[in-house]
Design a protein around this ligand. Structure first.
Ligand code: GLN
Ligand code: ZN
Length: 755
């Protein structure tokens, strides 16, 4: 038994209660303020965050978890891994932001999702020629700042193995871990310098170890940590992992000569507890036990967490209490949500509330359960209030009859019925849904919210936009039109606001990337659709034209992926409820005469579990949810889906099983490579490989699109191919949209004539 347990966190939300960091960085980028103003604001913010953690009772406080943009970018900077194109254009802070955002002349680093969270990091570019040089200014400065404030922090740095596994070699010539020997000495140097500055502990994050890694990688992990641990002058090393179970990496880390491990024991990572027990624990080491989820917003079950901690005490030298991962993945403070029902607020736990939870758990561990009896009782009351709430469990939703998940007839038969109804040519042209979200549209929405625009005036503004979008598409000669989604602030939020069971926050900002923050909705209870959500817009658009207008919905997997999801039932069950609500919408669209309905699932692939072994079960409920949403229709109603990526190997089987009549995918950036892949997999239905990379402002020429289409028709039957852009057009401007779509139609006409 131990009585030395401490409360700690891996990291804390970065932008501040008043969004100070976002404002300061954007002011700097806009040239309204200088570098000093930004750096001062950042320093002030760090100081506030440390004070806040200390005042909340956190014993072991991190530093270097703060970032002006992204912690992976910070690590590339720390190691001097700066691409020549960025080194050439700017100095200091501007060089850092050139890597993050690009400049007029050079593109930024690529951005991608941080594991299975909705945070995006910048992908370091490394190659055989990269020369690494240590620049420890940031961790050293932040450590010194905190020390000056009287707080001895634990610097947090992304570890060498994960850093390399998250990086990429644009030339493709190096294996990521080839570079380990070059960066490990820099880490050793950093450890020495942190120790000299007074650091007692350093945290090296190795989240890549919760994904499947070959034995060769795990051998390198063992080697690297043996080398670092052999440094004579260094702080104690805490190796941290989070987001899933460690699996085969657990015995490797347990055997490493480091002083501590931070392990996630929540969600799919709960299995780490039994795995650790099976191993006989990590006696003699410090365990930082992540027993409160750092990535969802529900109040923890404190009694259960305390039970896990008590069990863990038998398995480690000391047990400290922590959230499972950095709190940067949750909003700051639920008490700011004055518009939410106070009872609902009591079920929720944002970053500040999570601090209170870990402090209570620490007290329970150190002083025994009686010392925290009162807190445990209050917690149990909250959990009971949530479990019994009529918001959470709605009989009408639960009693709903299970619907069929197959179309009446197979695709070939539907195809005939759809052709008879729609009469489309080969290579039908269409778009993915959104047209440019103009400043006027955003202004109209802001005015509506502020009460300066009446409901009717807003509706009329949207209808005017729809009229103009329909006219444009008719003039351009597109075959299947869209209404343009002018009324949507966001493809998830728009539906979340109209579905029962979803809650919206006012201040629940979570970092998506850089200075961009989102407010994910919360799925709190059983989901249903009180009224049609899109029918009026789609039918209005359809009333303006004889050509088919596609109805446009966001699919169940994407609705879950970009929300905080309830934790009291399996995700598959929540997805099923969302799917049934969408099924109602699909039925109403069909009933209103809409012949083509698209259900977008851009998040299908990014939601794949980190561990391969968990993927089949996920894809099973994901596909079932899509089918539930889309299979209640007649044979002659055409179902489309859309996904915005080309590397879909992991989900190809699932895409086929979804059985949408048509799928549109990103393809332009990979020169249509996807079409050959689909042909090789004998993809049975229709596909629209994107011919315009909408992430780039470049307007593809007619010849270029002709080239794409010839490639596609060489590999795949033309009567099952569609022509469309890679993704929605909401971020583009009208001049480029019109020019590109004109080229797209011209190219299609030419290729049709060749057939
Ligand atoms: N229908 C949406 C749009 O066109 C799809 C967006 C997406 O795939 N992310 O904007
Ligand atoms: Zn897309």
């Amino acid at each position: 038994m131990t009585s030395t347990s401490r409360a700690t966190v891996h990291g804390y939300p970065r932008q501040g209660a008043n969004r100070q960091l976002k404002k300061a960085t954007e002011a700097y980028w806009a040239g309204r303020t200088g570098a000093d103003a930004l750096l001062d604001a950042a320093r002030e913010l760090r100081s506030q965050r440390w004070a806040e953690l200390r005042d909340a009772g956190v014993d072991d406080i991190p530093s270097n978890d703060f970032s002006l943009y992204d912690h992976v970018l910070d690590t590339a900077w720390l190691l001097g891994a700066i691409p020549a194109r960025h080194a050439a254009v700017a100095q200091g802070l501007d060089r850092y932001f050139a890597m993050a955002r690009g400049t007029a002349d050079v593109p930024p680093l690529e951005m991608t999702k941080w594991f299975d969270t909705n945070y995006h990091y910048l992908v370091p570019e490394l190659g055989p020629d990269t020369t690494f040089t240590l620049d420890p200014t940031k961790p050293l400065t932040e450590f010194a700042e905190a020390l000056e404030q009287g707080i001895l922090t634990r610097p947090v740095v992304l570890g060498p193995v994960s850093f390399l596994l998250l990086a990429k070699d644009p030339t493709g010539s190096a294996q990521p871990l080839d570079l380990l020997d070059r960066i490990v000495p820099l880490y050793a140097d950093l450890l020495g310098q942190l120790r000299a500055a007074g650091a007692e502990w350093v945290q090296l994050d190795e989240p890549a170890l919760v994904t499947d890694q070959p034995e060769a990688v795990l051998e390198r992990v063992a080697e690297v940590y043996a080398v670092l641990a052999a440094e004579r002058v260094r702080p104690k090393i805490l190796v941290a992992s989070y987001f899933d179970r460690l699996g085969d990496a657990l015995p490797v880390l347990a055997a490493a000569p480091v002083e501590g491990l931070a392990i996630d024991f929540t969600g799919p990572a709960a299995a780490n507890l039994d795995d650790l027990a099976a191993l006989g624990g990590i006696q003699g080491k410090r365990l930082v036990a992540g027993v409160v989820t750092g990535r969802n917003i529900w109040a923890a079950d404190l009694a259960a967490a305390l039970g896990a901690l008590e069990r863990l005490q038998e398995l480690a030298g000391t047990v400290d209490v922590a959230p499972s991962c950095s709190l940067l993945h949750v909003p700051l403070d639920v008490t700011l949500e004055r518009d939410l029902d106070p009872e609902v607020v009591s079920w929720l736990s944002f970053a500040r509330q999570k601090l209170a939870e870990i402090v209570t758990l620490r007290d329970g561990l150190v002083e025994g359960r009686p010392a925290v009896e009162e807190a445990l009782r209050r917690n149990a009351d909250r959990l009971a209030s949530r479990a019994a709430s009529p918001i959470v469990r709605v009989a009408a939703v639960r009693d709903r009859e299970e619907a069929g998940v197959r179309r009446n007839r197979p695709y070939e038969a539907r195809r005939q019925a759809q052709q008879d109804r729609l009469g489309l040519p080969d290579l039908p042209t269409t778009t993915i849904g959104s047209f440019p979200q103009t400043a006027d549209l955003r202004k109209a929405r802001a005015e509506l919210r502020a009460g300066r625009l009446s409901d009717e005036a807003y509706q009329e503004a949207m209808r005017a936009e729809i009229r103009s979008v329909i006219t444009d598409q008719e003039e351009l000669g597109l075959d299947v039109l869209v209404h343009g989604e002018p009324e949507r602030n966001d493809m998830v939020q728009y539906f979340a606001e109209q579905l029962d069971g979803f809650l919206a926050t006012r201040h629940g900002w979570v970092q998506s990337y850089g200075s961009r923050y989102v407010r994910p909705p919360i799925i709190a209870g059983d989901v249903s659709r009180p009224a049609p959500m899109t029918v009026q817009w789609s039918t209005y658009a359809q009333s303006l034209t004889p050509r088919p207008v596609k109805g446009m919905l966001t699919g169940p997997v994407t609705m879950l992926a970009w929300s905080f999801v309830r934790d009291d039932q399996p995700r598959g069950e929540t997805a099923r409820q969302v799917a049934l609500a969408l099924r109602d919408e699909v039925a109403d669209l069909e009933e209103a005469g809409i012949a083509v309905i698209q259900v977008d699932e851009p998040a299908l692939r990014e939601t794949l579990p980190l561990r391969t072994a968990d993927r089949a079960a996920y894809l099973d409920w994901a596909v079932t949810a899509f089918q539930l949403a889309t299979t209640g229709v007649r044979d002659d109603t055409q179902i489309h889906t859309h996904m915005c990526y080309a590397e879909f190997g992991d989900v190809l089987r699932a895409i086929i099983d979804m059985d949408a009549d048509v799928i549109s995918l990103e393809a332009a950036r990979s020169q249509m490579a996807i079409v050959a892949d689909l042909a090789a997999a004998t993809y049975p239905n229709e596909v629209g490989p994107g011919v315009w990379d909408i992430h780039s402002p470049r307007i593809p020429t007619t010849n270029e699109i002709v080239g794409y289409l010839r490639t596609a028709t060489a590999d795949f039957p033309a009567n099952r191919l569609w022509v469309n852009p890679d993704c929605g057009l909401k971020t583009r401007g009208y001049p480029e949209v019109r020019a590109t779509l004109a080229n797209l139609v011209a190219a299609t006409t030419r290729v049709r004539a060749e057939a």
